[in-house]
Design a protein around this ligand. Structure first.
Ligand code: ASP
Length: 331
């Protein structure tokens, strides 16, 4: 069967499954579909978008030392936020069209708690600010100036996030002054990370500077629950990278976790989520990239993207590897 048809068929079958599962009682549904948490899982485990070996190694060390999944994903993401060479996360991120670096991040713990910050200027470790929102406020999301003010009140130091290299790239982009936000489909990008700790609990985190040269105020999927990240400790977790508008329109990470709840493997769930994007009538997916990673409660993983170039790092059985994901657009 051709891949395109396969994905179309998978979407239809997926719908059938949803309809069927809603007919059975919640109790039966739970017994049938949710992976039994007593089943032996591969742990500890870390999976993250792109070639993020140092970040994954850092998260894995937290887990191997007995730390929990939440600390692991936070510590892992902080590595990329501090890496000035990565131009799509934290310090050194490419700015918006006005030359401002604005960061988005979110985090989810194994109890289903969520915290996020959107459009934050001058604070590098937004993943840690998102965690503070989750743990120290009655809210789930803080935006812009309010988020920055909150971060400063928690001891985060403001600093200039626009590096010389990113400033130069922005100045070059301005010469053309054409508004076409750039999705970097070939290289390192937003980091989404999922971890399972020694207790088998899952947490996730996602941090980004968003689309390069975006309109001021634009926010993508990365800090939005169910878009760039979703974790349900009973089932698994998923995270996204790529054109956030497309991820959000299909609530991609939530979709993947719900498909896994209904019995799909992480790989099948990622493929169907990409199918939901590319199979929309008239969708010109040639110009943008979306990639997903997922893990279930047993530590089975999956990854899939629209185009080639997407890779992910995975720490499993004490080994950290970068792996190219399978992808849709093979023609
Ligand atoms: N998903 C991010 C966004 O849309 C960008 C990316 O992953 O490149 O903001």
């Amino acid at each position: 069967m051709k891949r395109r048809n396969f994905i179309k068929k998978a979407s239809v079958t997926g719908l059938g499954l949803v309809a069927a599962s809603s007919l059975i009682s919640c109790k039966e549904d739970k017994e049938k579909a949710v992976p039994a948490s007593t089943k032996s899982a591969i742990k500890p485990l870390v999976i993250a978008t792109w070639k993020t070996d140092l970040a994954v190694e850092t998260a894995a060390k937290v887990l191997e030392d007995g730390g929990n999944a939440l600390d692991a994903v936070e510590q892992g993401c902080r590595i990329e936020e501090a890496n000035e060479k990565g131009q799509s996360v934290g310090k050194g991120g490419l700015p918006d069209r006005d030359g401002d670096v604005t960061l988005d991040a979110c985090i989810m713990d194994s109890k289903g708690n969520y915290g996020a910050v959107l459009g934050v200027k001058e604070i590098k470790h937004v993943i840690s600010v998102a965690r503070k929102v989750m743990e120290d406020t009655p809210h789930v999301m803080l935006v812009g100036e309010g988020a920055k003010k909150f971060a400063i009140s928690k001891g985060f130091e403001p600093e200039n996030l626009l590096t010389e290299a990113s400033k130069k790239a922005w100045e070059k982009w301005k010469e053309k002054s054409e508004y076409k936000p750039i999705i970097n489909i070939e290289n390192h990008d937003t980091i989404g990370m999922l971890a399972i700790d020694k207790n088998g609990d899952i947490s996730g985190a996602c941090t980004t500077s968003g689309l390069a040269y975006k309109m001021a105020g634009r926010v993508g999927d990365s800090p939005i629950i169910g878009g760039g990240l979703f974790v349900d400790n009973e089932v698994g977790g998923a995270s996204a990278t790529g054109l956030g508008e497309e991820v959000l329109k299909t609530v991609g990470s939530f979709l993947i976790v719900e498909l896994m709840r209904q019995g799909k493997s992480p790989q099948e769930a990622c493929e169907e989520a990409i199918g939901r994007i590319v199979n929309k009538p008239g969708k010109n997916f040639k110009d943008f990239q979306v990639g997903y990673i997922a893990v279930n409660k047993q530590g089975e993983t999956g990854a899939y993207s629209i185009h080639e170039w997407f890779s992910y790092n995975i720490y499993k059985n004490k080994e950290n590897k970068n792996i190219k994901s399978d992808f849709y657009n093979k023609a």
